[in-house]
Design a protein around this ligand. Structure first.
Ligand SMILES: *[C@@H]1O[C@H](CO)[C@@H](O)[C@H](O)[C@H]1NC(C)=O
Ligand SMILES: *[C@@H]1O[C@H](CO)[C@@H](O)[C@H](O)[C@H]1NC(C)=O
Ligand SMILES: *[C@@H]1O[C@H](CO)[C@@H](O)[C@H](O)[C@H]1NC(C)=O
Length: 452
């Protein structure tokens, strides 16, 4: 028995060493301003020093281009090198700026000799197929890409790194799970080394999505993605639960529920599956998904230690406090949990969207709409994403009552309808697009119902 435990423990350690864990980092601050090297260094240091935890030494990026430039490499790269933070690089593929994204990638390879030591993968695009879907376009998610264009871009990126220090780096694409399970997109899966999964039960408006069902919704959508992955690895590129923001279906944004989601979803993943949580910090956004209240605040809003994981099946755990936790919670809003998951209300109808295309900081709210009751045989998936710039800062979302106050750029929306549903989006700042940089932000929600 003892030796068996030792072996199991050793294997767990080995696995832990093999899995990357970190956060998503947009290229702009919540106010829409560009981040520079020092800003990324601060964030990477904060992630590594979050009280009560360790190992958050990886960063997923959405664009290769530094804000305010045409195609200079993003300054998150030198920051990652100085902080020894690994990088899941991203090229923003939608919107017609891939030539500059690839130019920035090539410049980075030429400029940073140690780049290959930091880069653990490259994502060609983020939620492009989602934005190209029926629900994505219906909700004004912004420009997306069809599978053929995406496959071409994947080939271009493979060609761009061939013969360079990054030639051995694996290539993937990040999208919402319902985009992966859409069989029309199968050619993209064939062209990749791994699939990036984005999923947010909080936005899964077409079914009971209270915190008590969140783990199940998450796992179900991961399994569906794995079932179409043709044996390729599925990396968890975005998921999270907001500490504040509007109620979405049964989902209540609160620190207590974010704690519960962390315990039930993050803790089992960390050390076992490559995971980039959404998100380190986005104070000021609504909903706000950040685990901490500011880029340099190493005291998390809730306990990230996973020590109370085994007691989380009861909602009481969410309320337990740890020394590492700053429970004074600035952002707690709305009601706090416990009661959030009655599982009663949801199905049916919810819709709406929050959108903005300013790339900077304003948001407008528009309602989109739709509703159709679901049957128990219907599955739903939610997702959200961020783009080049403000992923980190806006997490727009939606639902019937969406409040549109996220800052940052981009847009997001969610809506749901019986068997297909809604979503999220990203849009570009037309000014930045013109100048060649990606702006936009995002998040949104996708709720897709799939009849089984
Ligand atoms: C499935 O994917 C194709 C290709 O990306 C897209 O045109 C279509 O709209 C998607 N289907 C749905 C229901 O969104
Ligand atoms: C949960 O953890 C506590 C201490 O951390 C331990 O006493 C208890 O036995 C654990 N429960 C289960 C079901 O593992
Ligand atoms: C806890 O959070 C509150 C609100 O964000 C903040 O004012 C306070 O300084 C934090 N305390 C610590 C110890 O970080």
């Amino acid at each position: 028995m003892f030796s068996k435990q030792v072996v199991a423990f050793a294997m767990a350690l080995a696995t832990a060493e093999a899995a990357y864990q970190g956060f998503n980092y947009g290229s702009t601050n919540v106010d829409g301003s560009s981040k520079y090297q020092a800003d990324y260094e601060t964030e990477f240091q904060t992630a590594k020093n979050l009280v009560g935890t360790s190992g958050f030494t990886s960063a997923r990026l959405y664009t290769m281009i530094q804000g305010g430039t045409t195609n200079d490499p993003i300054q998150a790269i030198p920051a990652a090198i100085s902080e020894d933070t690994s990088l899941l690089l991203g090229l923003w593929a939608s919107g017609g700026n891939m030539a500059n994204e690839i130019a920035a990638l090539k410049s980075a390879i030429g400029k940073y000799d140690s780049l290959s030591k930091q880069v653990i993968g490259i994502s060609v695009g983020s939620e492009d197929m989602y934005r190209n879907s029926v629900t994505g376009s219906k909700s004004g998610a912004g420009p997306g890409l069809g599978p053929e264009e995406l496959v071409d871009y994947i080939k271009e990126v493979r060609a761009a790194i061939a013969g360079t220090s990054l030639s051995g780096v694996s290539i993937g694409h990040v999208d919402t799970w319902d985009a992966w399970t859409n069989s029309s997109n199968a050619a993209v899966i064939d062209a990749l080394d791994w699939l990036g999964f984005d999923g947010y039960p909080y936005f899964q408006l077409t079914m009971a999505n209270g915190i008590d069902n969140a783990k199940e919704l998450f796992e179900e959508s991961v399994q569906k993605t794995q079932s179409v992955a043709k044996g390729k690895e599925v990396w968890i590129t975005e998921t999270g639960w907001p500490v504040s923001g509007p109620k979405e279906g049964d989902a209540v944004a609160s620190i207590a529920n974010a704690q519960e989601y962390w315990n039930q979803v993050a803790c089992p993943l960390l050390g076992n599956t490559n995971t980039w949580w959404y998100l380190l910090d986005d104070a000021g956004a609504s909903p706000s998904f950040g685990v901490t209240s500011g880029p340099s605040n190493t005291t998390p809003l809730y306990d990230l230690s996973c020590k109370s994981v085994n007691s989380t099946s009861s909602s009481s755990a969410a309320g337990s406090e740890k020394s590492a936790v700053n429970s004074s919670g600035s952002s707690s809003s709305g009601s706090t949990s416990g009661a959030s998951s009655t599982g009663a209300s949801s199905t049916g109808a919810s819709s709406g969207s929050v959108s903005s295309d300013t790339g900077a900081s304003s948001f407008s709210t528009t309602s989109v709409a739709s509703s159709t009751p679901l049957t128990s045989a219907t599955k739903a998936a939610g997702s959200s994403s961020g783009s080049g710039s403000s992923a980190g800062s806006s997490a727009g979302s939606s639902s019937g009552s969406s409040s549109g106050s996220s800052s940052g750029s981009g847009s997001s929306s969610g809506s749901s309808s019986g068997s297909a549903a809604s979503a999220s989006s990203t849009q570009f700042n037309s000014a930045s697009r013109a100048s060649g940089s990606v702006f936009g932000a995002i998040v949104a929600a996708v709720v897709l119902g799939i009849a089984v």
